[in-house]
Design a protein. Structure first.
Length: 255
């Protein structure tokens, strides 16, 4: 059950179907608590399932569920550890705590990365994408650490070359954020356009909506207003109470 739920959560998150994701996550938590199906409940409470509460801007409840998982972790590094790491780092980014997300990822990196292939190749994309976003979040807050520039660039380019097609638009958006951090607005606009097209082709609707908002803000013209409206409307339709915080979590680097 947990493996099937994991696949559903990944799919719904990237499709941007957060209303349905929230419904399934909350139903799973309620049902598995009654049936003592703790592993499925932990999968639902962590990982990208944290978006069920973040979309409602309920950071406190997301943190409570993340704490539940931490108490269940054993030594070593298995699927549940990945779920907790990814879920907690997403909460950090949503809260604007990019440095905390980056430190969290760096602390676990040596344990997490060598085992990725034995767990799920999806985690490799998610972890590199998360680390790149955390680095961008740090850089956008006036940090000029050259290591963070290198990490974001390396992870972004790696995602663009990944054999999993859905990873490539994520890489384009990372590089767009890096260009924005470095003050290259023209390049950022170009990469955002490519990223939006690729997100649409890969049906990554949530990231496409966030990228439209980023591009719209940069253009600051009639086209930009149309893009902002389209992206914001999509998020509101999915019950996202704070589009600004969700956009910052998904595509940092533009502050």
């Amino acid at each position: 059950m947990a493996t099937n739920l994991h696949a559903q959560i990944v799919s719904l998150f990237f499709l941007g179907e957060l209303n349905e994701l929230s419904r399934r996550v909350n139903r799973t938590v309620a049902e598995t608590q009654q049936e003592n199906g703790w592993h499925a409940a932990m999968t639902a409470k962590s990982f990208l399932g944290s978006s069920a509460w973040l979309k409602d801007d309920n950071v406190e409840l997301a943190r409570v569920h993340a704490a539940d998982i931490e108490q269940m972790l054993d030594r070593g590094f298995d699927r549940l550890h990945y779920c907790e790491l990814i879920g907690s780092a997403h909460i950090d980014l949503y809260c604007g705590a990019a440095s905390q997300a980056y430190e969290r990822l760096e602390h676990s990196w040596k344990q997490a990365v060598p085992r990725i292939g034995m767990v799920d190749p999806t985690y490799r994309v998610l972890l590199h994408h998360l680390r790149a976003r955390a680095a961008l979040g740090c850089l956008s807050r006036e940090s000029d650490d050259r290591k963070l520039h290198r990490v974001a660039r390396r992870d972004g380019k790696g995602l663009c070359r990944d054999w999993q097609q859905w990873a490539r638009p994520l890489g384009q958006l990372v590089l767009a954020g890096l260009a924005a951090v470095e003050g290259n607005q023209r390049q950022s606009i170009k990469l955002l356009r490519v990223g939006i097209q690729q997100c649409d082709e890969a049906e990554l609707a949530l990231f496409a909506a966030a990228a439209r908002c980023r591009l719209g803000a940069l253009l600051n013209n009639n086209e930009g207003q149309s893009l902002l409206t389209a992206g914001t409307n999509f998020m509101q339709q999915q019950g996202i109470r704070s589009p600004e915080r969700m956009i910052e979590m998904l595509i940092p680097g533009f502050d």
